[in-house]
Design a protein around this ligand. Structure first.
Ligand SMILES: Cc1cc2nc3c(=O)[nH]c(=O)nc-3n(C[C@H](O)[C@H](O)[C@H](O)COP(=O)(O)OP(=O)(O)OC[C@H]3O[C@@H](n4cnc5c(N)ncnc54)[C@H](O)[C@@H]3O)c2cc1C
Length: 461
């Protein structure tokens, strides 16, 4: 596709739609919107616009479509696969000013929000109502960006990813038309499920300008446990056995002993430096929660865990979860002369121990600091590396390991990305994972965005 550069005439036209203070060609703003939190190559947009109304978005996108100018939506820029990098320049629509919580309907467990709302801010507002929006990617992400990437987090094992927690969307299509997909109902059998198509489409099919999200009640009873193992295979086998036993943890995370070393040193925790499972159960009665914890402990002890601590005190547990969320940041602090890169794959839960063992084998004795962690209860594994930025040999090694782990995950019946999305980094695995259905994905892209202006160079190899 031959894209057009943004011209003076284009800017004059856009100034009629959006007030001047919400348009920028300043280099610092262009720089800020040139790269997400990944190591992918930055690419400057030509113009950044902060819309505040859906009509503005519609007019800008429709104009860009006619003029063949790329448009990339930007939430908070915390993606990890280059998802929000404006590879072909053009316009970045930054949704941080379109950040109103429009309505909270407690009785229906729903909220209508604009895309720029930060999910922690929504949860802060909901807390005193005893409600929360469960997907929890850890970073200060926007709801629009979470919808873009179908983000998930430590509680997705119980409540699902963003896709399961969005009921309705208002979307601006490439031609500027505004459509609504989904309904404010728990279920619907009415026609094709366009809602689920837009969630996870990384802004390549349309731009979300409003969403109805599903809320849940904060459970009354809760218990947090830590199980530490000497070998990581047993830890991952415990994960599988916990799920196989039919227990329904609210959180089941794994951190290898190297991650534990980092959180102890950087976040001031005092965990045993072993491979560690963070496990949480909640429920409507103390007895139900206790029963789950007891069975979980039995499973972990049978697999020779060194230590099982139940009833971790609330403040301490919050410190552990906060540290888990900040792992990437803490790794950076621990290795200040190196840069962070992470991969994300997911497999059926029965294959998780095999994937863990394979990943450990590849990373155990390498000279690049490597870390294994993830949302284990969902078979979702992350491998992070701290690489010397200018060291081509280290990058080659890391890229090879990432390729091998991703290939293995796909061979085990899994996916090249459990939650971070395809962006730029995972495009090369799409054919292997999807085979012939990739052709139909492309057809859908061509149907919704025939000129290819929406977030080009993403998803497809
Ligand atoms: C420290 C750290 C920890 C993380 N942990 C997790 C984790 O546990 N789980 C997880 O899933 N992710 C995680 N992430 C990745 C990231 O936070 C999520 O992918 C998040 O959803 C991105 O949201 P954002 O607002 O930053 O979106 P952006 O990065 O700005 O955008 C994400 C994608 O959505 C598109 N987009 C943005 N707004 C819109 C819109 N209005 N309409 C249509 N498309 C839009 C963008 O074009 C892009 O393709 C982590 C990131 C960091 C830095």
């Amino acid at each position: 596709m031959e894209y057009k550069r943004v011209s003076e005439e284009d800017i004059r036209f856009i100034q009629k739609i959006v007030s001047e203070d919400r348009i920028s060609q300043g280099i610092s703003n262009l720089n800020l919107h040139s790269v997400d939190q990944s190591h992918h190559k930055p690419s400057l947009p030509e113009l950044v616009i902060w819309p505040i109304e859906e009509e503005e978005v519609s007019k800008i996108v429709s104009y860009a479509n006619e003029r063949l100018i790329p448009v990339t939506a930007w939430g908070a820029g915390t993606s990890l696969e280059g998802n929000s990098i404006p590879v072909y320049g053009g316009i970045v629509l930054d949704f941080s000013m379109m950040n109103k919580i429009l309505q909270i309907r407690e009785e229906d467990f729903q909220a209508d929000v604009q895309p720029g709302v930060i999910y922690q801010d929504l949860n802060h507002k909901l807390r005193h109502k005893g409600l929360f929006f469960p997907p929890d990617p850890g970073a200060r992400a926007s709801i629009g960006g979470m919808i873009g990437n179908n983000a998930s987090g430590i509680r997705s094992i119980r409540y699902g990813s963003t896709r399961e927690n969005v009921l309705r969307l208002k979307v601006v299509l490439a031609n500027g038309q505004i459509i609504e997909v989904g309904k404010n109902t728990q279920k619907s059998s009415s026609g094709y499920d366009l809602l689920r198509l837009f969630v996870g489409s990384e802004g390549t099919l349309g731009i979300v300008v409003e969403a109805t999200v599903r809320l849940r009640g904060i459970p009354e009873y809760f218990s947090a446990c830590l199980a530490s193992f000497r070998d990581i295979y047993s830890a991952s086998e415990a994960v599988f056995q916990i799920i196989k036993a039919g227990l329904e943890p609210t959180c089941l995370e794994i951190m290898d002993s190297r991650c534990v070393e980092v959180v102890n040193r950087i976040n001031g925790l005092n965990l045993r430096q072993l491979h560690t499972l963070i496990i949480e159960f909640d429920g409507s009665s103390k007895e139900a929660v206790k029963d789950s914890v007891d069975i979980c402990e039995q499973i972990c002890r049978e697999l020779k865990c060194e230590e099982f601590i139940s009833g971790v005190e609330r403040d301490e547990y919050k410190r552990i979860i906060d540290a888990r969320h900040l792992l990437g940041e803490s790794m950076r602090k621990y290795h200040p002369a190196r840069v962070h890169t992470v991969t994300d794959v997911a497999v059926p839960i029965s294959k998780f121990p095999e994937l863990i063992l394979f990943s450990e084998g590849l990373t155990k004795n390498i000279k690049v600091p490597a870390y294994i962690f993830g949302h284990a209860g969902e078979g979702n594994l992350h491998l992070a590396f701290m690489v010397k930025e200018q060291d081509a040999e280290e990058w080659k090694l890391v890229d090879e390991i990432k390729d091998r782990v991703t290939d293995m995950a796909i061979e085990l019946g899994g996916t090249c990305t459990g939650e971070h999305g395809v962006g730029i980094g995972k495009r090369k695995y799409m054919k292997k994972e999807h085979g012939n259905s990739l052709f139909w994905m492309k057809k859908i892209k061509e149907l919704f965005d025939p000129n290819g202006i929406l977030n080009p160079a993403k998803i497809f190899p």
